[in-house]
Design a protein around this ligand. Structure first.
Ligand code: SAM
Ligand code: SF4
Length: 334
C-alpha cells in the first residue's frame, strides 16, 4: 500500500493502476431469473446460502475505506433482498475514506426501501430494465413483474435531483433491440443515463452461445439510424461512449463491456457474495476473505489481503486467461 502526497492511503497494482472502487455482492439470491444471468434452479428453496453477515460487510467497508477505496457499490444477486441493505448503506456512508455509495438493483422491491435509502445517504442507483413490454419482460426475467417495476422506476424519478440514476439495459439481438427508441425517449424525458450494455459470457446456461450477442458497433449503428446527430459525434463516442442529445434531460451511453478493452484504466476490485476478493472479473479464484473475517484477523492483516489481491490483478482479462468462466454474474457482483 503506498501513500499519496497528502498521506492518504492508496491501493496500487503492478501496472500502477489505483484501485479506489469496490463492488460488493451482498447476496447471490435473486427474485428474478434473467436468462442471461442465472438458471431457473439457481438456488433451491430451503437450501441455506452462505453469504456475508452485516458486521462482516461493515468490516470490509471499513478496511477498504482505510486502504484507499473511495466508492462502494452494493450489488448481487438482488441487494434489496437483504433486510439490512438500508443499514449497510448508512454505515458505508459513515466510514472514513468512503465518499460514494451506490447500488445496482432490478427494482422489484424498491418501493419498500427507496425513501430510507435516500435518507441513509445513497448517492446513486443503477436500475436494470431491459424492456417496457410485459411479455418480453416475463420472457427475459422468467417472472411476471413488470407493472410493479415500472411503478418503482417512476418513483425513483422523484429523487433524480439527489440520486444519480442510471438505467442498465442489456441489449439482446432479436429480443429487445427493437426498443432503442423507447429507451431514448426515457433519456429525453428524465435526467437519467440510459446505459446500453453488451452481453458478457457470465451466465450459467450460456445464452452467450445462442447468437443473441449485440456488439457496441451494432448498437451504435442502430442508434445512429434513430439519431443521425450521433454520427457526427463518432470520434468523441469512441472515447466516452456517452451522448448528450439536444433537448434531452438525460444521456445515452453504450457500454462495450465485452468488445473493448478498458483494462488499462481498471480501478475496481470485487467481493463475491461468498466473501472472496476478486481483482478481475475474469479471474477464477481470488482470495478467501470470509475465512479471515471469521478468524477475527486484525485490520493490518486484512489490509494485506486486499493488497495481495491487488498484486495479483492481471494486466487484462486475457492475461487472467483462465478460460471464460460460466459462473453467474450474480455471484461475482455485476
Ligand atoms: N440484480 C441486480 C440487477 O439486475 O440490477 C444486480 C445484480 S446484476 C448481476 C447487475 C447487472 O449485471 C445487471 O444490470 C445485469 O443486466 C448485468 N448482467 C447480468 N448478467 C450479465 C451478463 N451475462 N452480461 C452482461 N451483463 C450482465
Ligand atoms: Fe437477478 Fe440481476 Fe441476475 Fe437478473 S441480472 S437474475 S435481476 S441478479
Amino acid at each position: 500500500m503506498g501513500e499519496t502526497g497528502e498521506k492518504k492511503p492508496v491501493l496500487v497494482d503492478r501496472y500502477n493502476r489505483h484501485v479506489d472502487y469496490a463492488r460488493i455482492s451482498v447476496t447471490s439470491r435473486c427474485n428474478l431469473r434473467c436468462v442471461y444471468c442465472m438458471r431457473e434452479g439457481h438456488r433451491r428453496p430451503g437450501v441455506p446460502v452462505e453469504e456475508l453477515h452485516y458486521r462482516e460487510i461493515c468490516r470490509i467497508v471499513e478496511v477498504l475505506g482505510g486502504s484507499g477505496v473511495r466508492k462502494v457499490r452494493f450489488t448481487g444477486g438482488e441487494p434489496l433482498l437483504r433486510d439490512d441493505i438500508v443499514d449497510l448503506v448508512r454505515y458505508a456512508k459513515s466510514v472514513d475514506g468512503i465518499e460514494t455509495v451506490v447500488l445496482t438493483t432490478n427494482g422489484v422491491l424498491l418501493d419498500r426501501s427507496l425513501d430510507m435509502l435516500v435518507e441513509a445517504g445513497l448517492d446513486g442507483i443503477n436500475f436494470s430494465l431491459d424492456t417496457f413490454d410485459a411479455d418480453r419482460y416475463a420472457a427475459i426475467t422468467r417472472r411476471n413483474l413488470l407493472p410493479g417495476v415500472l411503478a418503482n422506476l417512476e418513483s425513483l424519478f422523484r429523487y433524480a435531483d439527489v440520486l444519480r440514476v442510471k438505467i442498465n439495459v442489456l441489449l439482446l439481438r432479436g429480443i429487445n433491440s427493437s426498443e432503442l427508441t423507447d429507451f431514448g425517449e426515457l433519456a429525453r424525458k428524465q435526467p437519467v443515463t440510459v446505459r446500453l450494455m453488451e452481453l458478457m459470457p457470465f451466465d450459467d446456461h450460456q445464452i452467450w452461445r445462442t447468437g443473441k450477442f449485440m456488439g457496441a458497433d451494432k448498437i451504435f449503428e442502430k442508434l445512429g439510424n434513430i439519431y443521425p446527430v450521433l454520427k457526427s459525434m463518432r470520434g468523441h463516442a469512441t472515447e466516452h461512449f456517452s451522448f448528450s442529445l439536444p433537448g434531452y434531460r438525460g444521456k445515452v451511453a453504450i457500454i462495450p463491456a465485452f468488445t473493448r478493452n478498458f483494462c488499462s484504466q481498471c480501478n475496481r476490485l470485487r467481493i463475491t457474495s461468498s466473501g472472496r476478493i476478486m481483482s478481475c472479473l475474469y479471474s477464477r479464484n481470488g482470495i478467501d476473505l470470509l475465512k479471515a473475517l471469521r478468524e477475527r484477523t486484525d485490520t493490518g492483516q486484512l489490509r494485506l489481503l486486499f493488497q495481495q489481491a491487488i498484486d495479483m490483478k492481471p494486466k487484462d482479462g486475457r492475461e487472467a486467461g483462465e478460460a471464460v468462466p460460466r459462473t453467474s454474474m450474480s455471484e461475482i457482483g455485476g
